[in-house]
Design a protein around this ligand. Structure first.
Ligand code: HEM
Length: 493
């Protein structure tokens, strides 16, 4: 027992000495201001359960570039549009690596994943190129639009059924299933889940569980020396979920390869196109991991945006009426919105931008990392630092937005500001080399789903809640969710 105590004491002393050496080295560089770090935990205690809010408050005291110590990890937080532009446009290359969470090393996902590979890796470039040309180009998205339209009709049918029974729809859950099916039809040309029956919910639950697990704060990400122990078991559970998804995807790819061998395929879809790329460029394993990435990155983000946008509309009935008027005039009341209609619905587009401004689903972007010391606005960002961009804070910056906490889509009427990564006041999809590749799909599907829901039904908040009393509290995770699910009863128009 005594030996164990001595060993633990020695380990702790080594740890302290290492920390002192590192901080002495750092003090010779001019790092950005930030709160004083406590021994061992650094500034972790300041994050709380809503880091986007705590970091925004700290930025008011320390400024738009801040240096923190989260456990052992030096972290630089960017909280202004000017500095975000510096990081993601002017010095994009230096800030384009990812700071990968440990959990995503499950099934060696980090070695294949477009989200986590560094930008100088040739596989990353091939994957991005393939996504742009074979999945998210205008032509490709136009070609499989009819499959998404079918999924939209199923959502509306489901709402009709709930409305007839006087039952509330859990908007977030319904949006999640729809987003999953819109995506699987876009990249697989088929459903991976039966949309609204519970008989085949395994895949849906797997994706759901992956998001929940990956969103949990993991001690290993702050204290990498715990990596081997995986004290919360997050990597272990994710390994289990990832294996199941990868196995399912592998089975579907086998099926497709057989069909192709037998010459049974008339129409070439996204999967065919990816399987036709030479394996030296993208092999089968990369395709499986790419699909895993797409489901993880594209489902929750889309469904959360839809839930927040609906919540804001139900909280602001005047805005909802205005949107319904526009829809009635342009496409006619009671009809589904088609992807091609969106260009004629500017107010609906403003609503989506406003929802993304106030509720960016990836509120701190996906963490970046610097591989070398980088000079940024007179400060050194030390090699190996994690870099977070607080887009939540930028979206609520009163220096940019008038009455920033009000949901006011009209602010975009006369404004050229867009979400495509050129206007750093509004960057819910990030910007630069790492900008979200799924943006073209998201900005097609979100207005279509939202517009169709409000053009076919009036909505009453469940439980007689008055619009003003709707709880808008956020829950931080891998995406920024609504803490209390939005429940509303659809009443056919
Ligand atoms: C409202 C919807 C969405 C939002 C707000 C969103 C947001 C983001 C953000 C902030 C990033 C990181 C960007 C950066 O570091 O600068 C990202 C990356 C990514 N997103 Fe999205 N996303 C959405 C939908 C989608 C969809 C539909 C897909 C695919 C089906 C997708 C796939 C990806 C992938 C693969 C990456 C990683 C790219 C890389 O690191 O090279 N996202 N997304």
């Amino acid at each position: 027992m005594e030996y164990v105590n001595i060993l633990l004491g020695l380990l702790f002393a080594c740890f302290l000495v290492r920390e002192v050496v590192i901080s002495v080295r750092r003090s010779s560089k001019r790092v950005a201001p930030g709160p004083y770090p406590l021994p061992i935990i650094g500034n972790l205690h300041l994050l709380g359960d809503k880091p986007q809010i705590s970091l925004a408050q700290l930025a008011k005291k320390y400024g738009p570039i801040m240096n923190l110590k989260l456990g052992q990890i030096n972290t630089v937080v960017i909280s202004s549009s000017v500095l975000a532009k510096e990081v993601m446009q002017k010095q994009d290359l230096s800030f384009s690596s990812r700071f990968g969470p440990d959990a995503l090393c499950a099934c060696n996902h980090n070695d294949f994943s477009v989200v986590w590979l560094p930008v100088n890796n040739s596989q990353w470039r091939s994957l991005r190129k393939s996504m742009n040309s074979h999945i998210f180009s205008v032509n490709k998205l136009d070609a499989n639009k009819h499959l998404r339209t079918k999924k939209m009709q199923e959502l509306i049918d489901y709402c009709h059924k709930s409305g007839q029974n006087g039952e509330a729809v859990d908007i977030g859950r319904a949006a999640f299933r729809t987003s999953l099916n819109l995506l699987s039809n876009t990249i697989f040309s088929k459903d991976l889940t039966d949309p609204f029956s519970d008989s085949d919910k395994e895949f849906r639950e797997l994706v759901w569980n992956i998001m929940a697990e990956a969103g949990k704060p993991n001690l290993v990400d702050f204290f990498p020396f715990l990596k081997k122990i995986d004290p919360q078991g997050i990597r272990r559970r994710l390994t289990n979920h990832f294996s199941k998804v990868l196995q399912l995807l592998s089975g579907l790819i086998d099926e497709r390869l057989k069909e192709r061998e037998m010459g049974n395929r008339e129409n070439v879809d996204v999967l065919d196109a990816l399987l036709s790329i030479s394996p030296e460029e993208i092999d089968r394993k990369h395709i499986e991991h790419l699909y895993l990435d797409l489901f993880a990155a594209g489902t929750d983000t889309t469904s959360n945006t839809l839930e927040w946008a609906m919540a804001e509309l139900l909280k602001n009935p005047h805005t909802l009426e205005k949107a319904q008027e526009e829809l009635a005039q342009v496409i006619g009341r009671g009809k589904l919105v088609d992807e091609a209609d969106v260009a004629q619905l500017p107010y609906l587009q403003c609503i989506v931008k406003e929802a993304l401004r106030l509720h960016p689903p990836v509120s701190l972007l996906i963490p970046r990392k610097v591989e070398e010391d980088v000079e940024l606005c007179g400060y050194t960002v030390p090699k190996g630092s994690q870099v977070l961009v607080n887009v939540w804070a930028i979206g609520r910056d009163s220096g940019i937005w008038e009455n920033p906490l009000d949901f006011k889509p009209e602010r975009f009427w006369e404004s050229e500001i867009d979400v495509r990564g050129r206007d750093f006041e509004l960057i819910p999809f990030g910007a630069g080399r790492r900008i979200c590749p799924g943006l073209p799909l998201a900005i097609r599907t979100i207005p279509v789903v939202l517009g169709s829901l409000i053009n076919t039904f009036n909505w009453k908040l469940h439980g007689g809640i008055a619009p003003n009393d709707l709880n808008m509290e956020e829950k931080f995770g891998i995406t920024l969710a609504k803490a209390q699910p939005l429940l509303a009863v659809p009443i056919p128009l």
